[in-house]
Design a protein around this ligand. Structure first.
Ligand code: G16
Length: 544
């Protein structure tokens, strides 16, 4: 175990533990103020090497980002070999390494080796990348130092969106079956599919111009690169490209979804079709201005129903027997769930927040569409589904139309980044479907009407005292909180509310929906007050 000893000694000298607070690997990794993250990144570098060894030397990934959080924060997301998030079973190891004192680090690493039966001599490879935060360069270095200290080979890709790194990891481990493991390979795969699907498009209502808010983040240079591959078949107008504004400040998918308003920088006019990406490019929401002048959001639920209806139409037309399902979280608008189950007749599953949970559940279907309301999602095709679609497309005993529909499914599949939610890939598929159906945003939005909803944050002394169950739709602690929420919900038509601790920010999240905006506001406020009182709130009380 000299390797472990050496890595720990280097860590203690160069990256000593500088925080005493208890941290945990949350919804999507770890994130916090960037100032104290060096030792954490070093240790996550060590863990990603252990994880690669555990995967018998396959490549794992480490992304330096804090996604939707403010520019002063940073963090890390660890990636599994097929480009998924690191498995939940390994999060306890991450949490252990985040919290252990320098003197116990070697012991903790040894414990992981023992528990997971790792052969420490297996060579390990880790791909890393980062977003555009000021702290990302230094933190990437700390991660790479950790990787190299444990004898791991590091491949640093520099600036990438999070989903691009997920894609690259998957390409390497599938020996390029999934695509070429480069940024160019990524653009080329997605845009070839986009151009193929859209080559004969005849549209009158759908206009090729799209206005995209890039949150002043890493997607700005990436969209600029993507445009070169699109040959003007999609006219992308860029806003918040980082040339002046601050990352995620009054812009980006989270700002637009939570505030239900356009980002700064876009002067929203009727007829404009707009989208907002988040800071690391794994979330997207659309928005537009209605004829009555009101702002309208087309969030993850609306994207999910658009994808599911399109794919389900193609599956029906192909005659293939594939079961398609949709995965949501408690944040899904009640109207969307009703529409999917009652009108679309597609099965819906509800899981806790975090793409890792949705991704896992989507694997239960032949075609699993998953989206969080905040715009984080994608589509998974099972191996069996992919095989039968490919077979059908090349089965000359079938008529031309049937083969062509299977061909369209293949093209759609190639446009989708199946490894994780991806704003670029989702945008290309939304645009494809809108063009194919010759739809405006109003046409898309008309499927169902969202119930008015509100999201609040409440600061509490310790968010771990709030415990949830039933896919986070109910609380089990502190005592009395759920009873209070039940009573408040009963007072509103279509009233629904829940509370959960955030895994990415130091806050409690409160969600409420009801028949009117005013009632949704009131319900969220009343539930927020209960959280404040029963879960030891700090700072300002929620305001109506
Ligand atoms: C991350 C996760 C998402 C989650 C969001 C908010 O998004 O990947 O699955 O919905 O955080 O999580 P929470 O409510 O626990 O703070 P991102 O885009 O910030 O990485």
């Amino acid at each position: 175990m000299d390797l472990l000893k050496g890595a720990v000694e280097k860590g203690c000298q160069q990256y000593p533990r500088s925080l005493q607070t208890i941290l945990s690997y949350g919804t999507a990794g770890i994130r916090m103020r960037a100032d104290n993250l060096d030792y954490i990144l070093y240790r996550m570098g060590l863990l990603s090497v252990m994880f690669s060894k555990f995967r018998k030397g396959q490549v794992t990934g480490l992304m330096v980002t804090a996604s939707h959080n403010p520019a002063e924060d940073n963090g890390v997301k660890l990636i599994d070999t097929m480009g998924e998030m690191m498995p939940i079973a390994w999060e306890k190891h991450a949490t252990q390494l985040l919290n252990v004192g320098d003197d116990k680090l070697e012991f903790s690493l040894e414990a992981i080796v023992k528990e997971e039966g790792i052969d420490i001599n297996i060579p390990a490879v880790v791909c890393t990348a980062m977003d555009t935060r000021p702290s990302s360069v230094q933190l990437s270095k700390a991660a790479v130092d950790g990787i190299n200290a444990l004898g791991g080979e590091s491949h640093n890709y520099g600036l990438l969106t999070t989903p691009q790194l997920h894609y690259i990891v998957c390409c390497i481990n599938t020996k390029e079956q999934y695509g070429l493991p480069t940024e160019e390979g990524y653009y080329s795969k997605l845009t070839s599919a986009f151009l193929k699907f859209n080559k004969d498009k005849r549209t009158s209502k759908y206009l090729p111009g799209l206005h995209v808010d890039l949150a002043n983040g890493v997607s700005a240079p990436k969209i600029k690169a993507l445009k070169a591959y699109l040959n003007d078949s999609l006219e992308i107008n860029i806003y918040n490209d980082g040339s002046s504004g601050k990352l995620n400040y009054e812009c980006g998918a989270d700002f637009v979804k939570v505030g239900q308003c356009p980002p700064s920088g876009i002067d929203l006019q009727q007829g404009m079709r707009c989208a907002s990406f988040d800071g690391d490019g794994d979330r997207i929401v659309y928005f537009y201005k209605k004829k009555d002048g009101q702002f309208a959001l087309l969030d993850g639920d609306k994207i999910a129903t658009l994808f599911a209806s399109f794919l389900s139409d193609l599956v029906k037309a192909s005659g293939l027997k594939l079961n398609l399902g949709l995965v949501q979280t408690a944040y899904a608008n009640g109207s969307s769930t009703k529409y999917i189950t009652e009108i679309m007749k597609v099965p819906v599953a509800c899981v806790p927040t975090g793409v890792k949970h949705l991704h896992h559940k989507a694997g239960d279907f032949d075609i699993g569409v998953y989206f969080e309301a905040n715009g984080h999602g994608t589509v998974l095709f099972s191996d069996a589904a992919q095989k039968s679609i490919l077979q059908q497309a090349s089965d000359n005993s079938l008529d031309k139309d049937t083969r062509e529909v299977a061909g369209q499914l293949i093209t759609a599949m190639n446009m989708i980044n199946q490894t994780v939610g991806d704003a670029i890939s989702d945008m290309l598929l939304v645009e494809t479907i809108l063009a194919y159906r010759d739809w405006t945003c109003e046409d898309w939005d008309s499927a169902y009407t969202d119930l008015p909803s509100v999201l609040l944050k409440v600061k509490v002394e310790d968010r771990t005292i709030v415990k949830t169950t039933d896919a986070e739709r109910k609380t089990t602690s502190p005592p009395g909180l759920q009873e209070a929420i039940d009573q408040l919900m009963a007072g509103y038509k279509f009233g629904r509310a829940f509370v959960r601790p955030s895994g990415t920010e130091d806050v409690m999240r409160v969600y409420a929906e009801a028949d009117t905006k005013e009632n949704a506001n009131k319900l969220a406020y009343e539930v927020g007050l209960q959280v404040y009182d029963l879960a030891r709130g700090i700072g300002d009380k929620p305001q109506l």
